[in-house]
Write a protein of this length. Structure first.
Lengths: 335, 417, 334
């Protein structure tokens, strides 16, 4: 077992709406990422996966608020730290973030190099502009970006180029862990492939030690990440190695999610295309029992009675359902 | 729909604005039921009567019943009403001008002061340097001070038809009172009268309703033009879009009030009724709605549901009414509210310039402001002639903008607090 | 720089097109009146005039100036060429004083009052707006409702309130005029001081109105920017808050500049009415007396000059905007 880079225990965060209602978008989430590994997080939009990405940064601003749990990066617990300390010594150089919409992630009226200067100097004001330029130029070249990009404004760059610029900027300080929130969803296929290649290359080069990759596109996860976590309504519902989770899901929601996507992968070709009917529960007042019960094909009355906990099965997998693995497998076969 | 309304009414800004506006509307609707007097009726001879209750002096004298009240402070009050600090100083000033040494004048001692005044005041005396209005002021002052300290009652006399001589018919004692409820003619003017002697409050209520109507007509015209042009330009696109946008851009930079002035002047005073003014305002203020609608329609044009509708072979009319209008309805309502409030302001500015609706038919908020300004109410300190008007204008536009901000926050989540 | 030149030429062309349009409007609108326009104008003029020789002279001059019997297009060319020679004809109400003569002084008063007032109001309003958006809580609760109320007050309302408080009640400033009525314009200290004192109330009433509107616009613009993805991203890279507010200020400011270009017409309109309240010797007061005196040539000249002033201000703002927004240059080089 490798060194643990990121460990999250029972993290809960909430949004406070305009009408002072609490929405628990991340509910007691625990996870662990080891050095050299990558973790994928999948789920429908609105399941809380993007909020989880924001929550993992340990730096909260309205309307998102921290409630409980801990985030440990390389042995250092950051949840108790003063926000200023988190900003100065954690963000950017311990943990970095690639936003969902890289298209708008760069300040439109600032040259790329000036933004990189701001990033570096926010952590160490003593670094000179010349040093920063050298660092940025070298990093961009290694990652296959022309150095001219540094002197450009974001509007002058194409979508794919902007995305790669954002990725390169995120790792400029060599953070230990990188959280990428759908970094490729808005791009065309070629750019998508380049982004994935780039992310892998950065791991190889050691610019980042571990990665969390969030997407709703499962085939992408299967290609990129070692482990996969499936989220539903703010909770984890299944966790396991990528291959197993994609090809052989246990939880009915995970099963439905895999089935709802057309995947041009061998072995999945013959599976039926089935969309999950219904909508996720309102997180302002989530149901007492299993949160997926309302949409689940295999629902029984006892599902809705008590909160359901995660349980382990062999092969370091876990899922959140009251039924046994055998029972579910049989049910799937009977369909 | 129901859910949206609920959301809207949970916005405190919207609710505040809505309540203010509803209150104004209520007054406009119900006031005329209680006070049915024509708003432009000239009731006062003279201008700018201050707010208060006016009691007919004649009716008071001949009121059916007189009551005797022995109030100890009546005399003090009577003197204070006629002889305030201002009058005492004026008397002192006059006395000094006619040569009474300053140390002999005690302006706080009423009896001595009036004594000196009686001895020294001479209306025929010409004091060099004194302006005529001051001379006349002292004449009036002298008359009002006459008999101020008298303890005697006032004798009423009328001529005898046969002999032609005056005969005493009654006496009014200092302690005589009437009950105001028994006086036949009493009129309360809460906001006094204007320069023409018209009841300001009644006029203000009518003016508010006319101004709201002007705002509504202008707003509807502007919104309708803006909506049609915006839909055409945004949905049809191509050449039509280029042409409409060219015109819209032209009218954006040409200041609309210049157009307003030119058109209103060209129309001429005789043809300028309230509706005409509203129409002119409406026809010159559609540009913003056009722009807003167009940009909304463009962002909608390629949405999935619109494409689906196109593929299903629906006509343009059907697509616009079913797939576009419902999505931009909130923007159109906001634009309409904004148009109404800015049209009310436009009417007011236009009237101040003397290009408002013709003055003989109905009052508007702008016309009331115009009259007050022409007769310099602001410099003469006749606040009741202009301040309530300003307040009403500000309340209307404030309430409408509050409603708009509330709507904006509900429909544009980025602006939420 | 090549991109910017294209932008500049584009805007210049637009200025010329709009100016031409303004001329056409100024020329045609009065001619759209039902009946014979010249007769109508002169008939209206006759109401206020008892001197028959004067009236005849006006009629002749008017007929000559507008070339009433010639075709429309010739009339228009004549009109434009007259305007460019500064020949707006003679004023009806102050006959035979030429219109240009009346305008010369009032344009100067108006420009030196409105230009600084609008700029100052715009700057203060924007700073308050971004502060309100960033600090939110207390500041937002006080500044916002106050600016909302102020911006809903019509410009003349603000002028009347300032006039009543500071001139009529407190007597700190004079109630009307551009300088003391007992003075003759010269460069004496007494005259300059009088001008400064008379300047204050009209100036601040325009400034306050501008602040109200701008603060609200800037606040929503800044809130919008504060929610933008680049702000989130910059925060997560550990960039300091004041730097981020700097980004937001700059980015929210840029649309405010275009906003100013679009709103300047309305602002000038409000300011003209405010001038009237103070009887300030500018274009507003001139316009009022022209309307009261049924002085058609003067009205036409004033509206034309206001339009041209607004168009020029618009043009200047667009040019400055092009210089400071990198996106303009980028968009033009593609």
């Amino acid at each position: 077992m490798g060194k643990v880079i990121l460990e999250v225990n029972e993290l809960t965060t909430k949004y406070i709406t305009r009408f002072n209602e609490d929405v628990y978008a991340v509910d007691h989430v625990s996870l662990k990422v080891e050095e050299g590994k990558s973790l994928g997080i999948a789920g429908e939009s609105g399941c809380g996966k993007s909020t989880l990405a924001l929550s993992l940064m340990g730096y909260y601003f309205a309307p998102l608020h921290y409630t409980s749990g801990e985030i440990i990066i390389d042995g250092q617990n950051i949840t108790g730290m003063h926000p200023d300390t988190v900003r100065k010594s954690i963000l950017g150089n311990e943990i970095a973030y690639i936003p969902q919409a890289a298209m708008n992630a760069l300040n439109p009226t600032q040259k790329i190099i000036n933004f990189i200067e701001d990033v570096v100097q926010a952590h160490d004001p003593k670094v000179s502009k010349k040093e920063i330029y050298e660092l940025a130029r070298e990093r961009f070249e290694v990652l296959g970006l022309p150095k001219e990009v540094l002197q450009r404004y974001p509007v002058e760059l194409s979508g794919g180029m902007k995305q790669r610029t954002v990725i390169a900027t995120s790792v400029i300080l060599e953070p230990k862990i990188l959280i990428a929130d759908e970094p490729s969803s808005a791009l065309d296929v070629t750019s998508q492939k380049m982004v994935i290649k780039m992310l892998r290359y950065m791991m190889e080069k050691g610019y980042v030690k571990a990665m969390i990759f969030i997407t709703h596109e499962l085939p992408l996860l299967y290609n990129v990440t070692d482990d996969i976590m499936v989220m539903y309504a703010g909770q984890i519902v299944e966790k396991g190695a990528s291959k197993q989770t994609v090809f052989d899901p246990i939880h009915p929601y995970a099963k439905g999610l895999m089935g709802s996507i057309i995947v041009p992968e061998s072995g999945l070709k013959d599976t039926k295309l089935t969309a999950i009917p219904g909508t996720p529960p309102n997180l302002k007042n989530p149901p007492e029992g299993c949160r997926f019960a309302e949409r689940c094909k295999y629902v029984q009355p006892e599902c809705k009675r008590f909160p359901v906990d995660m349980k382990y099965v062999e092969g370091d997998r876990s899922y959140r359902c009251i039924f046994t693995e055998e029972y579910l497998r049989k049910a799937y076969q009977n369909d | 729909m129901k859910h949206t309304l609920q959301q809207v009414f949970r916005s405190s800004k919207f609710v505040t604005g809505f309540c203010i506006f509803a209150a104004i509307l209520m007054v406009v609707i119900f006031y005329p039921l209680f006070v049915p007097n024509p708003p432009l009726e000239i009731i006062a001879q003279g201008s700018f009567f201050p707010p208060g209750t006016y009691v007919s002096t004649y009716d008071t004298v001949f009121s059916s019943k007189a009551y005797t009240l022995n109030l100890t402070d009546a005399a003090t009050k009577r003197i204070a009403a006629k002889l305030g600090d201002q009058e005492r100083n004026d008397i002192k000033e006059y006395l000094m001008l006619v040569g009474v040494p300053e140390d002999q004048i005690d302006s706080t001692n009423t009896i001595l002061l009036l004594d000196l005044w009686e001895k020294n005041y001479d209306p025929t005396k010409k004091i060099s340097g004194m302006i005529f209005s001051k001379v006349r002021y002292f004449e009036r002052l002298n008359k009002s001070l006459d008999g101020l300290l008298s303890e005697e009652g006032l004798i009423l006399a009328s001529p005898n038809i046969d002999t032609g001589t005056l005969e005493q018919v009654g006496i009014i004692n200092l302690s005589d009172y009437v009950n105001i409820k028994e006086v036949a003619s009493v009129r309360t003017l809460p906001l006094g009268t204007d320069n023409f002697g018209r009841d300001v409050l009644t006029q203000l209520v009518k003016a508010t309703s006319v101004s709201l109507m002007i705002g509504l007509i202008a707003g509807l015209i502007a919104t309708f033009i803006g909506l049609v042009l915006g839909l055409l330009s945004g949905y049809v696109g191509g050449m039509l879009d280029d042409i409409i946008m060219f015109i819209t851009n032209l009218f954006t930079v040409i200041p609309s009030f210049v157009l307003l002035i030119l058109i209103s002047y060209s129309v001429g005073q005789e043809h300028r009724g309230a509706v005409m003014v509203a129409a002119v305002i409406g026809f010159t203020s559609w540009v913003w709605t056009t722009r807003a609608v167009r940009s909304q329609v463009i962002s909608l044009r390629n949405r999935d549901h619109v494409n689906l509708s196109k593929l299903s072979g629906h006509s343009i009319g059907y697509i616009i009414t079913h797939d576009i209008l419902p999505y931009i309805a909130s923007y159109v309502v906001m634009a309409l509210i904004l148009q109404i409030s800015s049209a009310i302001l436009a009417e007011a500015s236009l009237s101040i310039l003397g290009l408002g609706p013709k003055t003989s038919e109905v009052p508007t908020l702008g016309l009331m402001m115009n009259w007050a300004m022409i007769y310099q109410a602001q410099i003469l300190g006749k606040w009741w002639a202009y301040f309530p008007v300003l307040l009403v204008i500000a309340m209307i536009t404030f309430s409408m903008n509050l409603m708009n901000t509330g709507l904006d926050q509900v429909f544009n989540p980025a602006l939420r607090d | 720089m090549k991109g910017y030149r294209r932008y500049f030429l584009n805007k210049l062309l637009w200025l010329l097109v709009t100016a031409l349009f303004a001329f056409i409007l100024n020329f045609t609108l009065p001619r759209l009146m039902p009946g014979d326009p010249v007769a109508a104008i002169v008939a209206r003029l006759a109401q206020g005039m008892s001197n028959s020789t004067g009236m005849k002279a006006v009629y002749e001059q008017y007929a000559e100036q507008f070339g009433t019997n010639k075709p429309m297009i010739t009339q228009f060319v004549l009109y434009v060429s007259n305007v460019f020679q500064g020949n707006f004809g003679a004023s009806f109400s102050q006959f035979p004083r030429p219109v240009i003569d009346i305008l010369k002084s009032s344009v100067l008063w108006t420009v030196s009052l409105q230009f600084p007032a609008i700029i100052v109001g715009w700057i203060i309003g924007n700073i308050l707006g971004v502060l309100a958006a960033y600090i939110r809580k207390g500041f937002d609760k006080i500044v916002m409702p106050v600016s909302l109320f102020i911006s809903n007050l019509p410009a003349f309302g603000m002028a009347v309130i300032l006039l009543v408080i500071f001139a009529v009640d407190l007597k700190w400033f004079p109630t009307s005029g551009g300088y003391g009525f007992d003075l003759i314009p010269d460069f004496s200290w007494r005259f300059i001081w009088s001008v400064i004192v008379h300047y204050q109330l009209p100036f601040w009433s325009i400034v306050l109105i501008a602040i109200g509107g701008q603060a609200i616009g800037m606040r929503s613009m800044s809130i919008y920017e504060l929610n933008a993805d680049y702000v989130k991203y910059a925060r997560f890279l550990g960039i300091k808050d004041y730097k981020i507010v700097g980004y937001v200020f700059r980015n929210a400011m840029l649309p405010q500049i275009t906003g100013l270009a679009l709103a300047i017409g309305t602002m000038v309109g409000g300011a003209l009415v405010a001038e009237i309240i103070f009887s300030y010797p500018g274009l507003g007061t001139t316009l009022l007396s022209a309307i009261q005196g049924q002085d058609y040539p003067l009205i036409s000249a004033v509206t034309l000059i206001i339009t041209v002033m607004v168009l020029l201000a618009n043009f200047a703002i667009e040019i400055i905007y092009g210089l400071i927004d990198p996106r303009i240059k980028a968009a033009q080089t593609d």
